[in-house]
Design a protein. Structure first.
Length: 259
């Protein structure tokens, strides 16, 4: 049986073995990226394994792989490709999958659909059972937006940086996929940590980005004179836009406005 891509699920299969091995190696701890084994008792949780091309690479590094696949055809077929391997395939929507079922420590890897990138990342970062590491192949433009610095921040970049260290990996041209998507992809590596700011600060950030292109002062529901006084105390330009503030600046702003 020939399994074809389901376009409605955003399936673009990567078959370049070198890149697949690199994703799996990045998912292993930094100290073991050049070896074939991850630290003992670490499980790899794969999102959307498809035909199992990345699964094959992950099984070189990890004693156990749990693969969550939404497409029942692919989920039923995957175990046949890896007889005798410690592979658990779960036919489920990853966004509905309970991460508390995964024994810690574990890492996450996957070539994920572009259209659900943000929900997947935030699910992984906000769960109580946080993974040790997250290595995803996502749209290049989104990867760059997540890693953006001052002046190019967004709600997504600030929300991710609040809960993880961000590192960009290699760019993967669209020609490496079957069928080719319309844009290039990029590997992004996230190292989750405890939140740096509270939910109230994130709420302020979302308010501040109500109209991203407008001056921040127009988006914040505070008396203008008080707001500009706080700006002066923090060294924030009166013309600042939401994208100009770092996570630390948002934290300082939230503290001053609450005083």
């Amino acid at each position: 049986m020939v399994l074809k891509n389901n376009k409605s699920l955003g399936q673009h299969w990567l078959k370049d073995r070198e890149i697949l091995d690199d994703i799996a190696a990045c998912a292993a701890s930094p100290q073991t990226r050049d070896s074939r084994e991850a630290p003992d008792n670490v499980t790899a949780l794969e999102i959307g394994p498809g035909l199992g091309t990345l699964t094959s690479s992950l099984l070189k590094h990890f004693d156990k792989v749990i693969a969550v696949e939404y497409d029942k055809r692919l989920a039923d077929n995957l175990p046949k490709s890896f007889p005798g391997k410690n592979l658990e395939v779960i036919n489920a929507d990853f966004l509905a999958y309970d991460l508390n079922q995964v024994a810690s420590p574990y890492v996450v890897a996957g070539n994920i659909p572009y259209y659900i990138t943000s929900p997947i990342i935030m699910k992984l970062l906000e769960t109580d059972n946080r993974p040790e590491r997250i290595v995803l192949l996502i749209q290049k433009e989104v990867a760059e937006r997540i890693a953006a610095e001052d002046g190019k921040e967004s709600v997504l970049s600030l929300s991710v940086k609040n809960r993880a260290f961000v590192e960009l990996g290699p760019v993967v041209p669209k020609e490496f996929f079957t069928p080719p998507p319309k844009v290039d992809s990029q590997i992004i590596i996230l190292e989750p940590h405890q939140p740096l700011v509270s939910d109230s600060v994130i709420k302020l950030i979302k308010l501040g980005f109500t109209s991203p292109r407008k001056k921040l002062s127009h988006n914040l529901n505070y008396e203008r004179e008080k707001l500009l006084k706080v700006y002066d105390e923090l060294g924030i330009s009166h013309d600042a836009r939401p994208a100009d503030l770092s996570l630390e600046a948002w934290q300082d702003l939230a503290v001053k406005l609450a005083a």
